[in-house]
Design a protein around this ligand. Sequence first.
Ligand SMILES: [Zn+2]
Length: 70
Amino acid sequence: MTEQTEAPRQEEEEQITETETPPAVPTLDEYLSKLKCGGCGHGCSLLNPRCMRGATKQSSAESEYYSLYG
Ligand SMILES: [Zn+2]
């Protein structure tokens, strides 16, 4: 007696769903974190600037953000 085991074939259907994603509007934090102060050797992000120049840039970037997305 021989047992034959047949593994059932499962066809996996990959469904490619196209989802239309609207252009993502970054949050203010995301927007700021992508910007660099450019004023010191650390290149700190404007989300958490550690230099005077970064702090100044942050406030102007903030108003820039609101004029873009606000
Ligand atoms: Zn800096």
